[in-house]
Design a protein around this ligand. Structure first.
Ligand code: FHN
Length: 426
């Protein structure tokens, strides 16, 4: 008997608990070290590009090492490119010879990833690019209708393979469903996109194969998850969302040889906390080298995130929306009646947050484990005092505050009352 469809609230529970995932972009393009768009941006003919498969052996690709690094960073899931826009598959496919199994590597890297991720206790996501640059029908669907049809059929067959051959997959991360720029697409709307890829049928099949799968919004249909890219913007309450981001320059999801703009650990943490504060997730990308090794800059940052989450994880995992203001110093996350003030800019011995409409019972600094003195003044101003002069943790410090009720932002009915030290909500 086929499994029954699983209710959205039930399906998305693990995702809300997780809050932090690692994205992996790896493929033939990694050998060229100029990012994953190199084939198209440099207009490398398909045959010439395909020769890269003869050199792509992934000799240093170690799925256990990679998933270990992700788990050590405190991530709870991963999403790996099963194929990107160049069409090269890291898995075995009956409908394509352009795969790592049938070329020099002779390996099913996706199979290795799935096994290692499960062993490391991580949920498993598949990135799949609908478009495949090797098909003229992608760029000019009216001129080459057979090619366009073949490309869509290949996508259907491969998504089915991916969801049939690797056990239960937790997330299906489509990409590349959009109209080709400058090409022959007359209608560039999401509706046209969904029609082109026959997305309703595709996603129906995916849910039949795996009733608990989460599907993102990039096939032209909204499905389960919004996917803001390179920015952290919360969706409407109740809707799942995940912000994906590169560690370096925005054009470099795949390996770039000299990538001078790596974000700092505090920047990465601020993104993670901002996502958690809006009840969303942070999907942070790594782009291994052509041979599969993960670069030092990424390993160092991930280890630092793991160390921080080891101390402050309770403020992130399973976090709920919190709209308390961060004053001038940070942002809040929440879990029931407990609020977590993440201080990005350490103010010194005293920290002030206004407009807190709940009674604070006690406070503790997670990085030291010490209790913190807290008093409440007019306008719900919380004043934390007796704090260390210098930030005890170099990146982000978290004060946990237990409140008597769910902490909410005070509504200022008289917006000028604060000038006289009066509470504006009465
Ligand atoms: O074009 C891709 C890009 O290479 C990368 O895979 C990102 C990840 O979200 N998505 C596309 C752009 O939206």
């Amino acid at each position: 008997m086929p499994e029954q469809p699983v209710d959205y609230v039930e399906r998305i529970k693990w995702f809300h608990q997780a809050r932090f995932g690692i994205f992996v972009h790896w493929g033939l393009y990694s050998l060229l070290e100029r990012g994953e768009w190199v084939m198209y941006r440099e207009r490398i003919p398909a045959d010439e590009y395909a020769e890269l498969a003869g050199r792509f052996t992934g000799g240093e690709f170690d799925a256990e090492k990679m998933t270990g690094i992700a788990a050590g960073a405190g991530a709870k899931y991963m999403v790996m490119t099963t194929r990107h826009h160049d069409g090269f598959c890291l898995f075995d496919s009956k409908v394509s010879d352009f795969t790592s199994v049938k070329t020099a590597a002779g390996r099913d890297f996706i199979g290795e990833y799935v096994e290692a991720a499960r062993k490391a206790g991580l949920r498993v996501g598949f990135y799949y690019s609908l478009l495949d640059w090797r098909f003229p029908g992608y760029f000019e669907p009216d001129k080459y209708p057979d090619s366009a049809r073949e490309m869509v059929e290949q996508a259907h067959a491969q998504v089915e393979e991916l969801l049939s051959n690797y056990g239960k997959i937790d997330a299906l991360w489509y990409d590349g469903g959009w109209a080709a720029d400058g090409g022959g697409w007359k209608d560039t709307s999401r509706t046209a996109m969904a029609e082109f890829w026959r997305s309703a049928e595709l996603n129906h099949m995916a849910r039949e194969k795996n009733p608990s799968i989460l599907i993102n919004n990039r096939s032209g249909l909204d499905e389960d998850l919004d996917t803001p890219e390179q920015h952290v913007t919360a969706s409407e309450p109740g809707r799942g969302w995940e912000s994906c981001m590169t560690m370096g320059d925005s054009c470099g999801w795949g390996f770039i040889r000299n990538n001078p703009n790596f974000k700092t650990v505090p920047q990465l943490l601020q993104h993670l906390v901002t996502a958690a504060a809006g009840e969303g997730n942070y999907l942070l990308n790594i782009g291994p080298r052509g041979d599969g090794r993960i670069r030092r800059e990424e390993k160092e940052r991930l280890a630092a995130l793991g160390e921080w989450l080891g101390i402050n994880g309770e403020a992130v995992y399973g976090s709920q929306r919190c709209e308390l203001p961060g004053g001038m110093i940070g942002a809040w996350t929440r879990s029931g009646r407990t609020g977590y003030l993440h201080i990005f800019r350490w103010p010194g011995e005293e920290a002030v947050i206004p407009l807190v409409a709940a009674k604070a019972l006690s406070a503790k600094l997670l990085s030291t484990g010490e209790d913190v003195e807290v008093r409440q003044e007019h306008n719900g101003r919380l004043v934390f005092s007796g704090l260390p002069k210098e930030p005890p943790h170099p990146y982000v410090n978290v004060i946990r505050v237990d409140f008597a009720a769910e902490p909410q932002r005070m509504v200022e009915k008289d917006a000028a009352a604060w000038l006289e030290g009066r509470a504006g909500d009465r």
